[in-house]
Design a protein around this ligand. Structure first.
Ligand SMILES: [Zn+2]
Length: 481
């Protein structure tokens, strides 16, 4: 029997072919033409067409943002500067601030909640934005009044010629009242006729003082002096007053020099009923910066902490000798060493013979009872800190007032993050000055600092600073050893 394919077989084979041929046809890539990127055509560089394109763009920008006239540009600059300097905030800005604050008030009333001054929503502009540009109350003071106050501190008895000392208003006259916005210039007829006019025969209240030649405005000056009287460091003050660090640094040094030169060395413990306390403390201070003739390119400085024994100038642990009258003032002296011969002249100068003097048990104070002082000792080594020797139930023999002063001194020195031992005497007198006025408020301390600043002349303060900087220590502290 011959095998012939039946119709069923043919249909089956055809079905199989159709079924299995279909996927093979699907594997041939069929791309959507729209998805195929066109071949990269490298356009030839056509400078003329590029120029035209840029010209079209420029014309379009000019149409959208028409150029400002010179006057409009000036108005915009004035407006922006005014906002920055808080001189004249624009009416639009003021209106915005009012709307903002009223909106805040309405919402606060609606929710019966007080809006927190600290919480700021990120999208909302600060309604006090113009006020925050200022440095505090000082920027809202009248400049002329500030100059007037400064002139009063400088000349409490009226204008005085720095050349001849003439004070008579008949000869010393105000020449220019508006100079520097209220500082004013005076003229002296006596000096002018003598042919020694100097600066055209005129002067200001700052002429010849340590503030002479400072071009900072009067608000900044008051602010800096106030922060100095508050015991702030110069870098901190520069941030507050928004001036250069070196400006405050220079002014602070001059103020310290002025305080050093005007300090009182009058006897302190006078009567027999007065009580004096003496003690010494050691301040770690090496050479740093460029004071003392140091160069910038130098070996790393050696700290004095590892030296043994009592601190001295040479071991970078400077002794500071302190002397106070109870209920009175404190006097501090930086010493080269702690020996009887070093402190003896200081004690003779400051304390009258026969006064009561309380110290700790250190041997350098043994000369006191031999030299006619009523000397009592608390022996800290034996655990004595306050003794009742007269039996009235009150422990009067102690030197804890002086120890308390050291606590404040260390606190103040810490503000400056390490001082040069060359400048330490100036920092010590600054502390003494401010500590003796600790019961005054900051404003009165500021006035005292300014009074001291106006008492010395610029050349003597500069001389002192030059001697300090070259570390002529014995000259700086004449009573020290
Ligand atoms: Zn004169």
């Amino acid at each position: 029997m011959k095998h012939t394919p039946s119709l069923r077989h043919i249909i089956l084979v055809l079905l199989l072919v159709v079924t299995f041929a279909q996927p093979a046809a699907c594997h041939t890539p069929v791309w959507d033409e729209r998805l195929v990127p066109p071949g990269r055509v490298r356009r030839r560089y056509n400078p003329r067409r590029n120029r035209e394109r840029w010209a079209r763009r420029w014309a379009r920008r000019q149409r959208r943002h028409p150029p400002m006239s010179r006057a409009a540009r000036r108005r915009r600059r004035t407006r922006v500067l005014g906002q920055i300097l808080n001189a004249n905030p624009s009416p639009v800005l003021i209106e915005q601030c009012k709307q903002q604050s009223s909106a805040v008030a309405v919402s606060a009333r609606a929710t019966m909640e007080k809006p927190s001054p600290i919480a700021e929503t990120p999208g909302e502009p600060d309604p006090l934005a113009d006020l925050r540009q200022a440095r505090g109350w000082i920027d809202h003071m009248d400049e002329r009044e500030l100059w007037e106050m400064l002139i009063r501190v400088c000349w409490p008895h009226g204008a005085q010629c720095p050349g001849c000392g003439e004070r008579d208003p008949q000869y010393v006259k105000l020449v220019d009242a508006d100079y520097r916005g209220g500082l004013g210039r005076w003229g002296c007829q006596v000096c002018a006729e003598a042919g020694d006019p100097g600066e055209g025969g005129t002067f200001t209240s700052l002429t010849g003082t340590i503030l002479d030649g400072m071009r900072i405005d009067v608000r900044t000056l008051w602010l800096i002096v106030e922060l100095f009287a508050d015991g702030k460091a110069s870098v901190e003050t520069a941030d507050e007053a928004r001036v250069n660090r070196h400006t405050t640094d220079r002014l602070f040094r001059l103020l310290r020099a002025a305080i050093y030169q005007t300090r009182s060395l009058e006897p302190m413990v006078l009567a027999a009923e007065d009580v004096g306390e003496m003690d010494e403390v050691y301040i770690t201070a090496g050479l740093k910066g460029r004071a003392g003739g140091l160069q910038l390119e130098r070996e790393p400085r050696r700290r004095g902490l590892k030296r043994r024994g009592r601190g001295t100038w040479d071991s970078d642990r400077l002794p500071v000798f302190g002397l106070l009258c109870r209920g009175g003032q404190v006097r501090l002296f930086v010493l080269r060493n702690v020996q009887t011969e070093t402190i003896r002249p200081i004690v003779y100068q400051m304390v009258e013979r026969g006064a009561r003097v309380y110290t700790d048990g250190y041997c350098i104070y043994h000369f006191l009872s031999r030299d006619g002082y009523q000397h009592k000792v608390v022996n800290h080594g034996a655990g004595e800190y306050a003794l009742d020797l007269d039996g009235d139930g009150k422990c009067e023999v102690h030197c804890n007032t002086m120890e308390c002063t050291w606590s404040w001194l260390r606190q103040m020195i810490r503000t400056y993050r390490g001082v040069s031992k060359v400048y330490l005497p100036l920092y010590i007198v600054q502390f003494e000055f401010l500590f003796n006025r600790r019961h005054k408020n900051r404003w009165n301390r500021t006035l005292d600092v300014l009074q001291a600043a106006f008492q010395v002349n610029a050349t003597s303060a500069a001389d002192l600073l030059a001697r300090v900087q070259s570390a002529q220590f014995a000259e700086v502290c004449p009573v020290a050893g």
